[in-house]
Design a protein around this ligand. Structure first.
Ligand code: MN
Length: 511
């Protein structure tokens, strides 16, 4: 009986040992001992493991023998409450796993630069700034699209670039005929291998760490368009200019003119210099967008011609269809501001009005009449096929333009809506003197500025005033408030938002 039990026990122990061996082989399981062999470590690229073994490095007077004795004499593990012998066997610069949230694994970007007759050193400096100031693991490629340049010096740029050893792959594309910014950028989209696309103008210099803040925002929420902040490179001196902590936002008026303005006070009240802030319209010169999101929302309106309004259309579409347009504070990009040098195939205004008509017909609903008021000639323009744009608006369940005006761009005032009167405010100093009109001097900022009187021109942008039903006198972008200056009271242009002290006005016909 005892023999049988002993046999069974041996068999049992034998089976256990076999299972244990299999486990060790499969899981590389190791029994815990104090004498662990040095770790085989994987190092960050190029790193050499450094061990702390030479105690003389700390104090030359202490020989390794003394150290050895110290180690033996004390129960070090008990004294330090850490397995210090094991610590000695591990390199000081050992590899540890990256345990940050997945979202911090920034996606890779493809940088798209389109150009038409750009001067070589200007374009090349743009490219070199991207190569030099972008971490290599975050950039998939640079895609250069030559939009049918006619100047041979621009045409030859690729020859110079191909001779350089750049550690970023460059993809070269050429348009067969002048196609404009929108179609050139769409052509680049066919080549995109990165998760994010960054569109840059061809006359820029990206600054340090420019890409990471853009990618970080996209990694937090892919349904965004995120812009860098543009610093100014002077077109005459090429000086790189910037204003410390200056934050800019962009807007547009009923002319669909794009302009630079400030943030509303309520948008910046809790912000610090590094806070991401919501924008209205994207600046086309430098922005990033998730490639799959960009495709989902229909990319650019392919029907648009050369240039003009493309950034307004894209931004309204993003906001109205559930996305956001953001300003990243820490992505700085130098941009050479210059007057538009490109030759338009058609007359420039006609090209712009064609694009504007596509925008307002699809997106502006009843508010398109404000744009037609300014450009009556636009009514006759045929905007081409808009069916794909209407289909996008329907498919994405986009909100009406009214929502956009209320929530994203409340500064833009529909001057005929909820008003007692609208028009020019005309007056005379003497009976014999010419008519003068209240004029906002084309002030586009919400910061206070003087209201002027000027000869009446009928200009809707500077002289259009509305007396609202709640008795505010306002321009398309500001309210008129009475402020005390020394002993005088003066009318000032003032932001209508975040302002509880807007003056009230009366319209007295009998006067
Ligand atoms: Mn530009």
């Amino acid at each position: 009986m005892i023999k049988v039990m002993a046999k069974l026990l041996f068999r049992y122990i034998g089976a256990m040992a076999a299972v244990l061996i299999v486990l060790i082989i499969l899981n590389q399981w190791q029994p815990e001992t104090d004498e662990t062999p040095p770790y085989v470590e994987v190092y960050e690229q190029g790193a050499v493991p450094i061990y702390f073994t030479s105690y003389e490095d700390i104090d030359e007077t202490i020989s390794s023998k003394i150290w050895q004795k110290t180690k033996e004499r004390r129960n070090l593990k008990k004294f330090y409450k850490i397995n210090v012998q094991k610590s000695d066997l591990i390199p000081l610069n050992r590899y540890i796993p990256d345990t940050r949230p997945q979202e911090l694994n920034l996606p890779q970007a493809s940088v798209v630069i389109t150009y038409h007759n750009e001067w070589p050193s200007i374009l090349l400096r743009t490219i070199f700034s991207v190569v030099d100031r972008t971490p290599k693991h975050l950039i998939k490629e640079i895609i250069l699209v030559d939009d049918a340049s006619t100047d041979p010096v621009t045409y030859d740029i690729t020859k110079f670039l191909r001779k350089q050893t750049l550690d970023v792959p460059i993809v070269y594309k050429t348009m067969d005929s002048r196609s404009g910014l929108v179609r050139a950028r769409l052509e680049a989209m066919k080549e995109i291998k990165g998760h994010v696309v960054v569109f840059l103008d061809s006359h820029m210099e990206v600054n340090r760490g420019w890409l990471e803040p853009l990618l970080l925002e996209i990694s937090k929420d892919r349904r965004i368009l995120v812009m860098g902040h543009l610093d100014y490179i002077n077109s005459k001196t090429l000086d790189y200019n910037f204003i410390k902590d200056y934050r800019t936002r962009y807007g547009f008026d009923w002319r669909l003119h794009f302009f630079e303005t400030y943030f509303r006070p309520s948008q910046t009240i809790d912000a610090v210099s590094t806070s991401t802030l919501p924008g209205v319209v994207a600046v086309g010169s430098a922005f990033a967008i998730d490639v799959s999101y960009f495709r989902e929302i229909g990319m650019y309106d392919r029907g648009m011609k050369i240039w003009g309004g493309d950034n307004i259309e894209l931004s309204i579409r993003i906001w109205s269809c559930g996305g956001r347009v953001l300003h990243a504070a820490c992505s700085k990009v130098g941009h050479i501001a210059r007057n538009q040098p490109y030759s338009f195939l058609d007359d420039r205004l006609n090209v712009e009005l064609y694009n504007y008509k596509r925008i307002v017909e699809v997106w502006f609903d009843e508010y398109k009449e404000y744009v037609y008021d300014i450009y009556p000639q636009m009514k006759k323009i045929h905007p081409g096929d808009l069916s794909s744009q209407f289909a996008i608006r329907k498919q994405l369940f986009c909100k009406p333009f009214k929502w956009f005006l209320h929530n994203v761009w409340p500064e833009l005032f529909p001057y005929k809506q909820n008003v007692e009167e609208w028009g020019m405010v005309v007056g005379r100093i003497q009976d014999s003197s010419p008519d003068l009109c209240l004029d906002n001097n084309r002030h586009l900022f919400p910061t206070p500025a003087r209201l002027l009187v000027k000869p009446c021109t009928g200009d809707r942008v500077s002289q259009m005033m509305s007396l609202t039903k709640d008795e505010h006198l306002r321009t398309v972008l500001q309210c008129i408030v009475v402020a005390q200056e020394n002993y005088d009271f003066v009318p000032l242009l003032h932001s209508c938002q975040d302002n509880k002290n807007i003056s009230t006005w009366e319209y007295n016909v009998s006067m």
